[in-house]
Design a protein around this ligand. Structure first.
Ligand code: SF4
Length: 409
């Protein structure tokens, strides 16, 4: 059976192919590159209507859509390439907490067992198992991959809506992400910084047309808000409707889990062990997470001076107006970031993107009407399950926002 306790995979993956879920297009590619840097044969899974249908076939129907879409993508990749299960590693991070994400890897192991694929290894790192199964230096470079992919996505999102020659930003960023993959494959940090400097330089040279467009902040569940396949290419849809989008970054979740652990220790634990945990967390935050985050945003400063990240405790503090931090999970972050998008970045509207039946998404969508009154901006709560066109709801909102801006000029 593909048991989760068998996560420790020695050396370079024992000749297996590692599949990384395609949550966020740039980030997944850079994470796969980190695995390749330590000898894994790693690649990003492809999603399509067919993979989603396959995933739906093998899951129960009530799971949130990130579960069937990742499971189906793996099943299709294995079938198409006739890969024996003993030659496959599935990278499926997990988390403990109140919602279903922690169950995905467990459900996958049951599905694989039923398919007779019990020999698949599921690498399922989480804060709870100290991210076991991943080589220590690679684990560190994953943070670099997450931050750098957030920064690169922000670069293209900042330029593309205003580019003079259509397609230039996409063309440039694709080349730059390829270079960045190669930089991560070296296993060294210096080439990553160099490539990012080049990216900032190149993206800054793209000719743009200065104009005011509605600025839309995207918040919500991390997989759906980040995955263009599942969210109907939400960012580009906003751009096609005449707006500029800002997206809550993937790094937010890592910083949040680190900060949350700190808060839990402070509240529930005392004595020497608690002190040691606090010191460790403080060191990690200041000398690793924030240090590198600042480093990469400094490189991107010429273009992203107004798209820097807020401190995570600030996001949680504002989200805490609506829900106590002890509630745990994404709802607090969704609300806190939405408020900061409006007050700090002057977003004209918010899109709250969640999988159908998502628990945090359902909670936040019930709070957002109050938020709309408080902040005076529209909030569109979209739920996605891979069917229909939930983004159609943006059409009238974008129309009125464009009209408002035109009237103000
Ligand atoms: S956050 Fe939402 S989509 Fe993600 S596991 Fe929890 S309920 Fe499912």
């Amino acid at each position: 059976m593909a048991r989760l306790e068998e996560q420790k995979i020695s050396g370079s993956g024992e000749g297996r192919t590692m599949f990384v879920p395609p949550m966020e297009p740039f980030g997944a590619r850079l994470i796969a590159a980190v695995f390749r840097s330590i000898g894994y044969n790693a690649e990003v899974l492809a999603e399509s209507d067919e993979t989603l249908a396959l995933g739906m076939k093998y899951t129960g129907g009530g799971e949130c859509v990130p579960c069937p879409t990742t499971t189906g993508a793996l099943i299709k990749a294995m079938r198409d390439r006739k890969l024996p299960p003993e030659k496959v590693i599935f990278f499926m991070p997990t988390a403990c907490g109140p919602c279903r994400f922690g169950q995905y890897a467990k459900l996958d192991s049951i599905i694989f067992e039923k398919l007779g694929w019990g020999d698949i290894r599921i690498m399922s790192p989480s804060a709870e198992n100290a991210y076991s199964g991943i080589d220590n230096s690679a684990r560190m470079r994953m943070w670099h991959a997450i931050v750098v992919s957030d920064v690169m996505r922000k670069l293209v999102m900042k330029i593309r809506p205003y580019e003079k020659n259509r397609g230039e930003a996409d063309y440039a960023i694709e080349e730059l992400v390829r270079k960045m993959e190669a930089s991560f494959e070296t296993g060294r940090i210096a080439p990553i910084s160099e490539t990012l400097s080049q990216a900032v330089d190149q993206m800054g040279k793209i000719a743009t047309v200065p104009t005011r467009k509605p600025l839309i902040g995207i918040v919500g569940e991390i997989y759906v808000r980040s995955d263009p396949f599942i969210n109907g290419d939400l960012i580009r849809r906003i751009e096609k409707l005449g707006g500029e989008a800002m997206l809550a970054p993937v790094s937010e979740w890592i910083l949040y889990t680190n900060h949350l652990t700190n808060l839990i220790v402070r509240e529930q634990q005392h004595g020497l062990m608690a002190t040691l945990k606090k010191v460790r967390s403080w060191l990690e935050t200041n000398f690793f997470f924030e240090k590198w985050e600042h480093h990469y945003y400094e490189i991107a400063e010429p273009l992203l001076h107004d798209r820097r990240e807020y401190p995570i405790d600030r996001v949680m503090e504002i989200g805490g107006k609506y829900l106590p931090w002890q509630f745990e999970g994404e709802a607090l972050l969704t609300l806190g970031r939405a408020a900061l998008f409006v007050t700090h970045d002057k977003a004209d509207a918010i899109v709250n993107a969640s999988p159908m039946f998502c628990m945090p998404g359902t909670i936040t969508s019930s709070i957002f009407p109050k938020f709309e009154e408080e902040y005076g901006v529209p909030v569109v709560c979209n739920f996605y399950d891979g069917s229909g066109d939930p983004n159609q709801s943006l059409v009238p909102v974008m129309h009125y926002l464009r009209e408002e801006i035109a009237a103000a000029v």
